[in-house]
Write a protein that binds this ligand. Structure first.
Ligand code: PHE
Length: 348
């Protein structure tokens, strides 16, 4: 019996070498210590052992049991440590490696330019009011003194929607919308999208942005001189350019009317596609608000007077950013757009 036990111990310890794998350790545990393992079998056979021998055998069984258990415990501990080491090695993280840069988006250059324009105008005391893109004939045309047969109402220019609505062709509807709600004195700018049935070209697009502005007060307080002063100052601040000219023009909703041209910054006056080879580029339309417009919003033209202007954002952005083709703004090529990061300290 003793020999048998010594053999069990010898075999077990031989198998539980320092480099024993987890599987081997488990097999030995079940074979030697398990419920129907070798040691249990020996204990069961105790009946057949001479009574005098029993304590000696019993002690031997317990010693072997303890010894094998301790060995298994130590090996399992060792195996756990090795496993941990292995998983740490495979998931090693070098915190000194340079990080992966996550590309950061920025506002579209047209948005940025629009915000710059609004910043300057707000600095002059104008408030910003947003008005609707989907309009009716009254606010886009009739109230702005367009006669019923005016060519701008033509199907060629305007996108008409079912139900008698249309997409505004300019932001001048903002004058009417705001004046229906508020009374002068007012200095307001209305930025937003405008739509015309134009083909996309170097200088024009079927959807574009404008900023409308108007200033109204009691008659005699806001004159054409204020109009010229505000817009010349705007051109100086926005373009850093003082070579501007006011050219007589016509709009149904202003009288007198003018267009403001700025010396073409793209070609420095030499002539290019954007300035139509004239050396000057039109940046906005303006004028003194027509008495009929004031009447349409129930203001008495004998009591009130003011000026209005409307400028295209995209074409002005071309000038400012030194780009010679408006279509680039709509192609959404990030290699192009990425060249015009948002201004530091900008509003977004
Ligand atoms: N609404 C005009 C346009 O779209 C611009 C304009 C606005 C002209 C205000 C005069 C006064 O061209």
């Amino acid at each position: 019996m003793k020999d048998q036990l010594e053999e069990i111990r010898r075999r077990a310890l031989a198998e539980l070498g320092d480099d024993a794998e987890a599987e081997v350790v488990e097999n030995v545990r079940v074979r030697v210590l398990g419920r129907s393992g070798e040691l249990t079998e020996i204990m069961r056979g105790m009946r057949d052992v001479a009574p005098a021998e029993r304590p000696i055998i019993g002690k031997l069984v317990n010693d072997i049991k303890r010894e094998v258990e301790a060995r298994i415990e130590a090996l399992q501990e060792h195996l756990r440590a090795r496993q941990l080491e292995r998983s740490l090695a495979s998931a090693r993280l070098d915190v000194t490696l340079p990080g992966v840069r996550i590309p950061r988006g920025h506002v579209h250059p047209v948005t940025r330019i629009m915000e710059e324009m609004l910043d300057i105008l707000c600095g002059m005391g104008f408030e910003v009011e947003y008005t609707q893109d989907v309009e009716d004939d009254f606010h886009n045309f009739a109230a702005l003194n367009f006669p019923p047969n005016h060519p701008a109402r033509d199907m060629q220019d305007t996108f008409f929607l079912p139900g008698g609505m249309l997409l505004r062709t300019h932001t001048s509807n903002g004058q009417i919308r705001v004046l229906e709600r508020r009374r002068p004195p007012l200095a307001v700018v209305c930025p937003g999208g405008c739509y015309r049935r134009d083909d996309l070209s170097v200088r024009a697009a079927p959807a574009f942005n404008q900023i409308e502005g108007f200033m109204i007060d009691r008659r005699g307080r806001i004159t054409m001189s204020h109009l010229k002063g505000v817009l010349t100052e705007f051109a100086k601040e926005f373009f850093g350019e003082t070579r501007v000219r006011f050219r007589g023009s016509f709009f149904p909703f202003t009288e007198p009317s003018a267009e403001l041209d700025i010396y073409c910054l793209l070609c420095s006056g030499a002539g290019c596609a954007v300035c139509k080879y004239s050396g000057w580029t039109e940046v906005l339309g303006c004028g003194m608000i027509h008495p009929n417009v004031l009447r349409a919003v129930k203001l008495d033209p004998n009591e009130y007077q003011g000026f209005a202007f409307g400028m295209g954002v995209e074409r002005t952005a071309l000038m400012k950013l030194g780009i010679d083709d408006l279509r680039l703004f709509y192609e959404n090529d990030v290699r192009f757009l990425g060249q015009f990061p948002s201004v530091a300290g900008g509003s977004r």
